[in-house]
Design a protein. Structure first.
Length: 293
């Protein structure tokens, strides 16, 4: 179904799933080449599928359920319970205090129902909270995995392939990705590619040199990685792995390569290192994924 004003609309979801027929797929591919809004919608659909597809099961410990149910079995009688008990009529024998009357059975049944409901609600809460955190959690990415993206073919949606000369990177950087505060004087953005992997590649020309910038959501993992040099540029720490300079920029990893290390450092040093990857941010991002925000 074509959305309003000739956009993909609901077909963005079907296109991301690969469930459109051949004719609709061809139309969507042609439309994505010229519509950045629909391309962004398709990228978001693919990103959500990658994240939710990597989730594991979140289980409530059985011991927690057992403890809550045990509380319902051993709940002591209170004065309020005794006041609620019906008084015997004149001439009628009162039941023995130790006898389990209907009222007592009703109270215990009610308590048990409440306890079971509490277990169910708590279980849903734990599962929901755990799932939101798992959905929003950032992955650990090695430099090798990130730099290998340089060989990945661009997705169907390739944006702003025409050369652009600007000192303001956010004028050409895709929305939703960390952009450098500025580009070196005379820098030219030659292409911006949204990769099928959900990552970003930006090709620059700086001082006549080709510069490749890669971005990926996640946490930079340097375990078992050979780092030949590390430098600090402002509050950003950059590491040289092979021919790539890699750094953590907020919740994203940035990798830059060029023939001249000084050029690479000039570009990567413009990224902002601020940002948090804590529990609250993970849950917030997880809710945004579920809510489609």
């Amino acid at each position: 179904m074509i959305g309003p004003f000739g956009h993909l609309g609901a077909d963005a979801c079907a296109f991301a799933d690969g469930s459109l027929d051949e004719a609709r797929t061809a139309w969507a591919e042609a439309h994505l080449e010229r519509c950045e809004d629909c391309a962004a919608a398709v990228r978001e659909q693919r990103r959500q599928r990658r994240v939710t597809g990597s989730l594991g099961d979140v289980e409530v410990p059985s011991s927690l359920q057992d403890r809550l149910l045990a509380l319902s079995e051993g709940r002591p009688e209170t004065d309020a319970d005794e006041q609620d008990a019906p008084r015997p009529l004149r001439g009628e024998l009162a039941p023995a205090p130790w006898a389990g009357g209907a009222a007592s059975r009703t109270r215990r049944a009610t308590v048990r129902v409440v306890a079971v409901a509490a277990v169910s609600v708590l279980g849903v809460g734990v599962a929901a909270g755990g799932s939101l955190m798992a959905i929003g959690a950032t992955r650990t990415t090695s430099p090798e995995r990130l730099t290998a993206l340089a060989a990945v073919a661009p997705a169907v949606a390739t944006s702003r392939v025409a050369p652009v000369s600007t000192a303001r990177a956010d004028d050409v950087w895709p929305t939703g990705w960390t952009s450098p505060d500025a580009l070196p004087d005379g820098a030219r953005v030659s292409a911006v590619h949204d990769l099928d992997t959900g990552d970003l590649r930006v090709d620059l020309v700086v001082d006549g040199q080709d510069v490749t910038v890669l971005e990926s959501e996640g946490v930079l993992g340097l375990t078992d990685v050979t780092v030949t040099r590390s430098v600090r540029i402002g509050d950003l720490e950059a590491h040289l792995v092979g021919s790539w300079w890699v750094a953590q920029a907020g919740s994203e990893i940035v990798a830059v390569t060029a023939a001249d290390d000084d050029v690479s450092l000039a570009v990567i040093g413009e990224f902002d290192s601020s940002g948090s990857t804590g529990v609250l941010e993970s849950i917030t991002r997880g809710w945004q994924v579920i809510a489609g925000g």
